[in-house]
Structures are given as structure tokens and as C-alpha cells.
Design a protein around this ligand. Structure first.
Ligand SMILES: *Cc1c(COP(=O)(O)O)cnc(C)c1O
Length: 225
């Protein structure tokens, strides 16, 4: 088996992001690529860091902590479901938690962060597709949730995150990205610090960029292609 050329894959993903920025009328270079490193060995991750990637995403706390010890220079993003008993391990280790999906988690992050004098940047995860297997608030819960969570001084809500269902033709999930972007814009009228949308993965990142993604989370296209 030939080894995956992660640097060539990365360049190809970056080119595709640039092209999608152009098509979407976005500022060139405005989209941040978070390289999703779950199950990827450290040697492969090192190659993308050397190629200029600064932001890495993991969906499991244990794996994030283990890799961070070996790759301390990167900005780590927690992108997966977070159990409240693991919050203590991540609050001072991540630049952004993408998966705030329930009130108990908001309270826990706030309480532990406040005790350490930290403020934690988070995104609220929204389940736009309504798939039962996906975490996240339903769209009609988001505004009330943010109203409440805004009282929690150690949490800084920076934006929204969603995961689209896997489909063969990513055009099918374009409405999901449009909806997240529109929600984000509406919320920013009330809360100006709500500026980010994290949306788009290997299968659909170009459509997400065209629809206004600020952060895309791409794993397979870099590390497994
Ligand atoms: C795994 C994962 C990704 C990346 O998925 P790919 O299809 O491999 O690009 C993005 N976001 C979340 C939340 C993930 O768990």
C-alpha cells in the first residue's frame, strides 16, 4: 500500500477552498481550514503542520489530549460531542469548542472555567437536518438557549456549528448551510460577537464555503484520500 500523500491532498483541498471562495464571492483566504486528525498518526499530522496548517480538530477528548502532548504548537478544536465529566480536561486546551449542544454542558463549562479565571470560546451546535443520530439544538431552540447562556460570563459564544447529513450529491445539503448562515446573521443583530459558522466536511465543504462558512472541518480528503 502506498502511503497517503497528505501534503498533496492538503494543497488540493486548499485550492478547492479558494475556488469556492471565489464562486461564493467570499474574501480570498477568509475561510479557516481545521484539519480533522481523528485516528491519524502523529507523523502524518506533523506533515500538514509543516505545510502551514495551524488548526487541528479532534472529536474525542482522550485523543485530543494525547496528541496535544506530542504536538503542543497547534491550535486544537474540539468538534465532537462533549461529556460533562470531560470538560475539565479541555477547557484550557482548546481554542474553540464547536459542540455546545445542551444547557448542562454550558453550565459545566462556565462553572469550571470561571473557577480557573478563564473564558472559553464556543460554538452552539445546531441540528438543522433533524436527524435523530445527530447532536445539537433544534433551530427553534437556539435563540432562547443563547439568551440564557449569555448570562454565563465564562462562556463566549462565537457562532454556530452544524453537521449536514451524508449525501451523494452535496447540492442536496446546500439549504442546510444557507439556513445556518442566515441564523448566524440574525443572531449577530442581537449579539454582535456571534460571527462564526463552522460547517462543511470532506463531502460538502465547497458548498459550505459558497454558503458562507468561516470554518470548514476536513479530515478524510486530507488524510485518507
Ligand atoms: C470527523 C469529523 C469531521 C471531518 O469529517 P471528514 O468527512 O473526514 O472530512 C468534521 N466534523 C466532525 C464533527 C467530525 O466528527
Amino acid at each position: 500500500m502506498t502511503e497517503v500523500d497528505v501534503v498533496a491532498n492538503l494543497e488540493s483541498v486548499q485550492k478547492r477552498i479558494r475556488a469556492a471562495e471565489l464562486r461564493g464571492g467570499r474574501q480570498p483566504g477568509s475561510v479557516k481550514l481545521v484539519a480533522v486528525t481523528k485516528k491519524v498518526p502523529v507523523e502524518q499530522i506533523t506533515k500538514v503542520l509543516e505545510a502551514g496548517i495551524s488548526d487541528l480538530g479532534e472529536n474525542r477528548v482522550q485523543e485530543l489530549m494525547a496528541k496535544q502532548e506530542q504536538l503542543p504548537g497547534a491550535n486544537w478544536h474540539l468538534i465532537g460531542h462533549l461529556q460533562t465529566n470531560k470538560v475539565k480536561y479541555v477547557i484550557n486546551k482548546t481554542v474553540l469548542i464547536h459542540s455546545l449542544d445542551r444547557w448542562k454542558l454550558a453550565e459545566t463549562i462556565h462553572r469550571l472555567a470561571a473557577a480557573k479565571g478563564l473564558t472559553v470560546d464556543v460554538l452552539v451546535q445546531v441540528n438543522i437536518s433533524g436527524e435523530e443520530t445527530k447532536y445539537g439544538l433544534s433551530p427553534n431552540e437556539v435563540e432562547d438557549f443563547i439568551t440564557e447562556a449569555s448570562q454565563l460570563s465564562a462562556i463566549n459564544i462565537r457562532g454556530l456549528m452544524t453537521m449536514a447529513p451524508y449525501v451523494d450529491n452535496p447540492e442536496e445539503v446546500r439549504p442546510i448551510f444557507k439556513e445556518l448562515y442566515t441564523m448566524r446573521q440574525k443572531l449577530a443583530e442581537k449579539w454582535p460577537h456571534i460571527q462564526l459558522t463552522s460547517m462543511g466536511m470532506t463531502n460538502d465543504f465547497e458548498v459550505a464555503v459558497e454558503e458562507g462558512a468561516d470554518i470548514v472541518r476536513v479530515g478524510s480528503a486530507i488524510f485518507r484520500a
